[in-house]
Design a protein around this ligand. Sequence first.
Ligand code: AMP
Ligand code: MN
Ligand code: MN
Ligand code: MN
Length: 285
Amino acid sequence: MHTINADLHCHSTVSDGTLEPEALAARAARNGVQLWALTDHDEVGGQARAAAAARAQGLDYLTGVEVSVTFAGVSVHVVGLGFDPADARLREGLARTRDGRGERAHQIAAELAKAGIDGAYEGALAHAGNPRMIARTHFARFLVDAGVCADTDQVFRRYLVEGKPGYVPHRWAALGDAVRWIVDAGGVAVVAHPGRCRFTPTEEYALFSEFAAHGGRGVEVVTGSHTPAEYAKYADVAQEFGLLASRGSDFHAPAESRIDLGTLPPLPPPLTPVWAELQHRVQRA
Ligand code: AMP
Ligand code: MN
Ligand code: MN
Ligand code: MN
């Protein structure tokens, strides 16, 4: 079960990836992935295409989504796996979570204009495969194209994070709501890349306690966003809170993502993989 090459976190043009769902499925198959999930931000519009492409490539498939949440004033991402993508309350909740993105994008562009960078809204929109899902990633790609920064990592360091000139605070979904939408739609909720949140130990304890109390069941242990030391740390967190463990590259784009689909190390053996509990939700190739 641990040795299955499962990659349960990546993005397509339906959110802020640069590849179509079909191209991602082909890339996953080429890299030896056996069980795959497409987890676009706040959007399930790519799920039917991803499931069909998985079947065509001989991959087992779990439905996926990555919900943007605000917890203790910080953005936390919650991955949902194995839910029914037609579920009305889930779709409504995701639509509400996406709603603020257009206005936020105009505000980000206004902040960048103050820093001397014009045309950022139109520039970012031109990179967005889905105009309802305009993300900081699209601004980052515009700023690289415009020659302002050398790569998207540099854009985030200089412009799009708290304390920098292109940052706009935003309120996403509540933790309990995101977990409930996923669980009520038949899925399992997983805390995505917790190592990226930079919480104090007290805040992190509160996150996992509340997450579990709301019915959250999993945590990403092996992800493209964690260091090997963080694999070990979140393996311990999984055991402490009795959570299932997940594995996913968080692949976005060939030119940007350090970690390709299906290339991460396996989960540490004492953990129970999230897919062990989702066998009844797997769409077989
Ligand atoms: P948003 O949902 O619009 O706030 O955008 C968040 C997205 O920006 C994430 O899903 C990542 O794809 C990307 N991102 C966030 N921080 C960084 C970073 N430091 N370097 C590169 N990409 C980042
Ligand atoms: Mn992203
Ligand atoms: Mn994320
Ligand atoms: Mn992601």
